[in-house]
Design a protein around this ligand. Structure first.
Ligand SMILES: NC(=O)C1=CN([C@@H]2O[C@H](COP(=O)(O)OP(=O)(O)OC[C@H]3O[C@@H](n4cnc5c(N)ncnc54)[C@H](O)[C@@H]3O)[C@@H](O)[C@H]2O)C=CC1
Ligand SMILES: O=C(O)C1=N[C@H](C(=O)O)C[C@H](O)C1
Length: 237
């Protein structure tokens, strides 16, 4: 498969290595200094573009890739207020795969989170809060993964209707603490607390390899498909 990379930072480099190892050809690499390459024949020849950049530029990159007729797989976080526009573009012939977290382990953790939340809906003596820890370079807070986890808690626990980051939560809110330290690849914890005990579930990424492998597998899945795609379409659990 011919792959274009948009964003050649920490994730872009690992994705390149894994994609080549899996037999793919990297036909174009676009970063901040060569945005004109969206119009190049090399970029247009890609079967799919994998986009990992920064929140402020991601949506514009999607628009430019769509204009070039190239499907996009993106893991960039912090742009979700534009999701309706991107879903609309997918109804008009474009292809876009988004995941707040591409790692298999985190997606298993998402399933566990939903299951446990369903049980906790019946036990109001437990309050729920979350913690996420990432490296100091991260631009957005809370993490995209934490937003997915919080959304799944809200969908499954009736007494919780919204989330709040960095402030004391009201009774109906899920408090999220976002910690930035060192070079931590990503730790997410959901904490239930009653008067008598606490229950915690944690996903702790040992490196970025799991995220990058998941993004390349998502690109393979996207090839030849149309519309808006997610990890649920791919993993089917
Ligand atoms: N969904 C997932 O599984 C994961 C998502 N992420 C997210 O992916 C994003 C990127 O993460 P990293 O690679 O660690 O960041 P990074 O900061 O190492 O790399 C970002 C790259 O984007 C480039 N860039 C900036 N403006 C650009 C533009 N206009 N066009 C093209 N490139 C541009 C930068 O020069 C840099 O090379 C972040 O939003 C992060 O939260 C990170 C890991 C996993
Ligand atoms: O910025 C990161 O590094 C990560 N971002 C994603 C997120 O915001 O959830 C995924 C992972 O946690 C690493």
């Amino acid at each position: 498969m011919k792959i274009a990379l948009i964003g050649y930072g920490k994730m872009g480099h690992i994705i390149e290595k894994i994609a080549r190892k899996r037999g793919h050809e990297i036909v174009s690499i676009i970063d901040i200094n060569n945005p004109e390459d969206f119009e190049s024949e090399a970029f247009k020849s890609a079967d799919v573009a994998i986009e990992f950049t920064v929140p402020a530029v991601a949506v514009n990159n999607y628009r430019k890739a769509f204009a070039a007729g190239v499907p996009v797989v993106s893991g960039t976080t912090g742009w979700l207020e534009h999701l309706p526009e991107i879903k609309e573009a997918c109804k008009n012939g474009n292809t876009f795969f988004y995941a707040s977290n591409f790692s298999l382990g985190v997606n298993i953790f998402f399933a566990l989170n939903k299951y446990l939340a369903g049980i906790m809906d019946g036990f109001p003596e437990y309050d729920v809060r979350m913690e996420e820890v990432h490296h100091i370079h991260k631009l957005d807070a809370p993490s995209g993964t934490a937003i997915t986890l919080a959304g799944d808690l809200i969908d499954n626990i009736k007494r919780k209707t919204s989330w709040i980051v960095g402030k004391e939560p009201e009774k109906n809110e899920i408090g999220i603490k976002a910690i930035r330290e060192g070079e931590v690849p990503g730790i997410h914890t959901v904490i239930y607390e009653s008067e008598v005990d606490s229950i915690r579930i944690t996903h702790d990424a040992k490196s970025r390899e799991g995220f990058a492998l998941g993004a390349v597998i998502a690109a393979e899945f996207t090839h030849g498909k149309k519309g808006f795609l997610t990890m649920q379409d791919m993993l089917k659990f």
